[in-house]
Design a protein around this ligand. Structure first.
Ligand code: CU
Length: 327
């Protein structure tokens, strides 16, 4: 416990691709490494000998540690040669704390087709895509008319280049992104039988008295391995309201399920189109709130409970995590 940030920093993180019949049956780019490219985005700082420089202060822990060098699939500023066709990128923000706003430097439009856990019902056209730590997205970019061009994928938040794509290969097949992807089996708020509230809070004061692992809290409590914070009934549909009571970004991740985002700051209209899919991690900006609908469909007992936590790794290590059982 309290070492997740260090473990991920040292390399203990990856991306697993999960496809299903829906994904396979649609006319999506699906040739791995050719038109179906995983992107694991991470930031690091390096010592002069090339080793990782990671020694966060309490202030770094509070703010979320950020490195000055960006890696894509473990490589600094890589480039890729691509065919002049539609290309799918499966993106993971694998960073400890950094929130990215992904975009092409040219402003090129792309289509988001999937959120953390599933395809979206329809592609959403975007010019930028914000992902907080552990959030995933799949996008399809149409390079059909870009032969001979280069496109630079950037993080607009920091202004840094991430990788360069050279569109210098002839398309060896074509794919046509459908207008309709799937129908999500969404939960209905009227079916919810219970509401839970989670207040994300804390401050440096907690650190003074309890050390760094006690600085941050959910509902006033820091993570305690010996405490089960919530007991959730199996297959019950619930509303979870999560409030960020601090002047800094947090996100909220729930294990072993997916949820739907119903509201931001009490308003369903503030939920972006590309957030209306199945997710397991959601960004909550400073002093904002989200309302989620969730159903736990797997048992978990006290010997191996599930967790919910901020996925800014320094924050979860600082106590912003809780445990729950499903019975
Ligand atoms: Cu946090």
């Amino acid at each position: 416990m309290e070492k997740t940030a260090q473990h991920v920093m040292n390399g203990l993180a990856g991306l697993i691709i999960i496809d299903d019949n829906d994904s396979e049956s649609l006319d999506l780019p699906k040739r791995y490494g050719i038109d179906d490219i995983p992107l694991i985005i991470q930031d690091r700082a390096f010592n002069s000998d090339g080793s990782f420089n990671y020694n966060p202060s309490n202030m770094d822990i509070m703010r979320g540690w950020k490195g000055d060098t960006f890696m894509v699939n473990g490589v600094i500023k890589p480039h890729i040669d691509l065919e002049a066709k539609q290309v799918r990128f499966r993106i993971l923000n694998g960073s400890n704390s950094r929130i990215y706003t992904f975009a092409f430097k040219s402003g090129k439009v792309f289509k988001q087709i999937a959120t953390d856990n599933a395809l979206l019902e329809a592609p959403i056209a975007l010019t930028e895509l914000k992902l907080s730590p552990a959030e995933r997205a799949e996008i399809v970019v149409d390079f059909s008319n870009d032969s001979g061009k280069e496109e630079i994928f950037i993080d607009k938040s920091s202004g840094k280049d991430l990788f360069k794509a050279n569109i210098n290969k002839t398309a060896s097949n074509t794919t046509t992104l459908p207008n309709k992807l799937i129908t999500l089996d969404k939960l209905t708020p009227a079916d919810a039988v219970n509401t839970r509230s989670f207040d994300l809070g804390g401050g440096m004061g907690g650190g003074m008295s309890g050390g760094p692992s006690r600085m941050l809290t959910i509902n006033g409590k820091s993570m305690d391995m010996s405490v089960i914070n919530e007991t959730v009934p199996l297959n019950a549909i619930e509303i979870w309201e999560v409030r960020n009571n601090m002047g800094m970004n947090h996100n909220f991740h729930i294990h072993a399920t997916h949820f739907q985002l119903l509201e931001r700051n009490g308003s369903s209209s503030k939920v972006a189109e590309n957030e209306k899919g199945f997710k397991d991690t959601v960004l909550i900006p400073p002093n904002e709130s989200v309302k989620l609908i969730i159903k736990m469909t797997d048992y978990a007992d006290a010997s191996s409970p599930y967790m919910y936590h901020c996925h800014i790794l320094e924050h979860e290590d600082a106590g912003m995590m809780g445990q729950f059982v499903v019975i």
